[in-house]
Design a protein around this ligand. Structure first.
Ligand code: ADP
Ligand code: MG
Length: 230
């Protein structure tokens, strides 16, 4: 039996500057629960804009975008949606430099029902799960690029999101750190088979690890022939 659809885009568009820039332009796709979808394509083809719409960081100009059956355009509490459903990892980790690794993860749990102590304990567990238990009290400035990216991954997972969105998460890492990050994502998927992952990447090894790839060009899926199951 096929898995239910978690993300469905129908003729999705995001235009900027009064339509002069068509960042996403008539994109239709579905992503199934538990799937890891890789998104590739040249710089400027709309990959980040697509992820930002799924994360409700920016509203679509037109078209439909349903996540777990909910139309993103009709959401009222966007912050709650992001906090409760979405984990986000960017190319540059976007950690707060004056906080420790642990505090950076705790921040993601503000606004939840967890007490301060529960947030702290959970953050420590999450950091241990990405093999950073010993570094929980360090600020990001005292961590390597790969370690920072693992803190960002721990932070993204803090509220057990249904969907993990990663925008070139290994783009600034060396080969060893890329392997480590991908191992962790594989382990995570083993533990949480229902987790849906959408991952933008230029790295062929990262693309290899995906269940399915879409190639974007000019704001839409380039052609069905390039939608390959690996
Ligand atoms: P990618 O992630 O594939 O490199 P983006 O989604 O970042 O591409 O951008 C797609 C296009 O939209 C680019 O031409 C970019 O310059 C443009 N764009 C992205 N965000 C904005 C914005 N906030 N205002 C105007 N143009 C934007
Ligand atoms: Mg981008």
């Amino acid at each position: 039996m096929s898995e239910p659809t978690v993300i469905e885009a129908v003729d999705l568009c995001k235009h900027f500057d009064g339509g002069l820039v068509k960042a996403v332009d008539g994109l239709s796709m579905t992503v199934a629960r538990g799937e890891m979808l890789g998104v590739t394509g040249p710089s400027g083809c709309g990959k980040s804009t697509l992820l930002h719409m799924i994360a409700a960081l920016t509203p679509p100009t037109s078209g439909q975008l349903r996540v777990e059956g909910v139309e993103i355009g009709g959401l009222r509490d966007l912050a709650a949606y992001r906090r409760d459903h979405i984990g986000l990892v960017f190319q540059l980790h976007n950690l707060l430099p004056h906080l420790t690794a642990c505090e950076n993860v705790e921040v993601a749990m503000f606004g939840t029902r967890l007490s301060r102590r529960q947030r702290h304990e959970r953050a420590r567990r999450l950091l241990a799960a990405v093999d950073l238990g010993a570094f929980a009290d360090r600020p990001p400035t005292r961590l390597s690029g790969g370690e920072r990216q693992r803190v960002a991954l721990a932070r993204a997972l803090a509220n057990e999101p249904a969907i993990l969105l990663a925008d070139e998460p290994t783009g600034s890492l060396d080969a060893r750190a890329v392997d480590r990050t991908m191992e962790l994502i594989a382990r995570l998927r083993g533990e949480r088979p229902e987790l849906t992952v959408v991952l933008v990447t230029h790295d062929p090894r990262v693309a290899q690890a995906c269940d399915r790839l879409i190639h974007m060009a000019d704001g839409r899926i380039a052609n069905l022939g390039s939608e390959a199951r690996i």
